[in-house]
Design a protein around this ligand. Sequence first.
Ligand code: KIV
Length: 272
Amino acid sequence: MSVHNENIKKISTKALLEMKDKGEKISMLTAYDYSMASIIDQAGMDVILVGDSAGNVMAGYSSTIPVTLDQMIYHAQCVVRGVKRAHVVIDMPFGSYQCDESEAVRAAVRIIKESGADSVKIEGGEEFAGTIKKIINAGVPVMGHLGLMPQSINKYGSYALRAKDDAEAQKLISDAHKLQDIGCYSLVLEKIPAVLAKQVAESLDIPVIGIGAGGGVDGQVLVMHDMLGINNGFSPKFLRKYANLFDEITKAVGSYISDVKSSSFPNESEQY
Ligand code: KIV
C-alpha cells in the first residue's frame, strides 16, 4: 500500500487514541535512517519509533546505555525527513532524563525542536512521574515504557521476562495507571506475561503497544533489524521474522564481489 500523496494526514496522538477506541490495532516499528523510514512510512506504518535500540543495531553496542542525546537527535532528524504520515516517536536516551527534571525537559524540547518529531518515549514508572509531567506540560507528548526497560539492564542483570511475580506485576499495573493519569498518550509494555499485558490494556483508555507482551494489547512494536532478519543472532520467542535479509544481503554482496573479481561487472551497458 502506498500512502504518499499531497493529501497525507499525519497520525497524531489523538488519532492513536481513536484507533484504540475503534478497536483498530496500531502498527509500530523502529527506524533509524531516512531511507528505511521512508519505505516503512510508504508501507503504511502507523508509528515509527526511533528507538535507542539504535545503540545495538546501528552502533553495535551491547546495550542501549551508551547512546547519547545528540545521537538520538541525529537519527530522529534522518527519520523525520523520510516520513510523511506515521507518528514519529523518539526514545529519550539513558542519562537524558534520570538526573534532573529541568535537564530532562530541555532534552525533550531539543529532540522535538531539532528533529521535528512528534513525541518522545521514556522508560520508567512512578519514580519518573514528576519529570514526565513536566515534559508533557512543556508541550511534548510522552509515550511511557514499562516491563523490560533495557536502560535498566545493569539493575536487572538480564533481559529476562519481567513482572512474573505478583509484587512486580502489581507495581507495573500501578505505574501504568500513574502514567495515564499524568497525561502519557500511550504506553509500551515490553516482555511481560500476555495475561498481565491484556489486563493493563483493558483497564487503560490510552493505547498500549506490546513487544513480547502477547496479542491482548492495542498494537505491536518490533525492532526493524530483528523482524527483517538483518540481525541473525537474535531469535527470542516473541519475534516473528518477516524476511531473512541477512541471507539476502550476504548473497547479493557475494554476487557483487564475484562479478568484480571476474570482471563481469561492469559490462558494456553499464559504462559511459
Ligand atoms: O529502543 C527500542 O527499540 C524500543 C523498543 C524495543 C520498544 O524501545
